[in-house]
Design a protein around this ligand. Structure first.
Ligand SMILES: [Zn+2]
Length: 237
């Protein structure tokens, strides 16, 4: 009959959709998705900590560089007081030395604080890295299990896809076009049997006008439901 092929197509397509839903709801898929989320989080954490550590180390290098320069300038005062008798001059140098010395002490404290923070980042990094290694391991395992699950279904999926492709060639283009657009809109089934004389669409149950009912009188007739846009058909020819 006129609708045999499109109905066969619809049946196989729905089976395929059911299979896809089964995959999406499977434990293998859920395990895989959650392992991937943990893996992604660990990866992001490692990247963030590496950036923080790099910034910290750059700041630390700057501070130690400044401390080294100050130490050098302090060295310049070495022996400078040996030949100085003047009290005022002596006082001046001593004050200079004391001030540089204070600055070095302050810097060293800052450096120590940075050092502690770098140690903190390092510890956190190790922890994140360890959990990252674990997450990677779990991710690999979950992926392998999911993949095995998919591979198991593949022959069935392939067979269904091939059947759909073969059927498609023999289906009236207008039917196929209507079906594809309803499928995209997730309206299943797309082709709905109509019982001659019925007042409603068999799927959305919207009342049909006399005009539409007039188009659905004999086997082989078909019309679009004005509400849900599904194709209503009269079987038997
Ligand atoms: Zn309808």
């Amino acid at each position: 009959m006129k609708f045999d092929k499109i109905l066969e197509y619809q049946r196989i397509d729905q089976e395929l959709i059911a299979l896809e839903n089964e995959v999406a709801k499977s434990k293998a898929y859920k395990d895989y998705a959650s392992a991937k989320a943990r893996f992604d989080a660990a990866k992001a954490g490692i990247i963030k900590l590496s950036q923080e550590a790099a910034e910290m180390l750059a700041g630390y290098a700057k501070l130690t560089g400044r401390a080294d320069k100050l130490k050098e300038s302090l060295d310049e005062f070495n022996g400078i007081l040996d030949g100085v008798d003047d009290v005022g001059e002596t006082d001046y140098y001593i004050k200079q030395i004391a001030s540089i010395s204070d600055e070095i002490t302050a810097l060293e404290k800052e450096i120590q604080r940075d050092n502690d923070r770098i140690d903190g980042i390092n510890a956190e990094y190790k922890k994140t890295f360890d959990s990252g290694v674990k997450a990677t391991d779990e991710y690999k395992k979950a992926y392998a299990a999911y993949n095995a699950f998919i591979q198991e279904m593949k022959p069935r999926v392939d067979a269904m896809q091939k059947a759909l492709k073969d059927l498609r060639a023999g289906i009236e283009p207008a039917f196929m076009e209507a079906y594809d657009s309803l499928r995209t809109a997730k309206k299943f089934p797309a082709f709905v049997e109509y019982e001659v004389g019925s007042d409603v669409c068999g799927r959305c149950f919207m009342e049909l006008s006399g005009d539409i009912k007039g188009k659905l009188k004999n086997p082989g007739d078909y019309a679009e439901c004005p509400n849900c846009r599904r194709i209503l058909f009269v079987p038997g020819k």
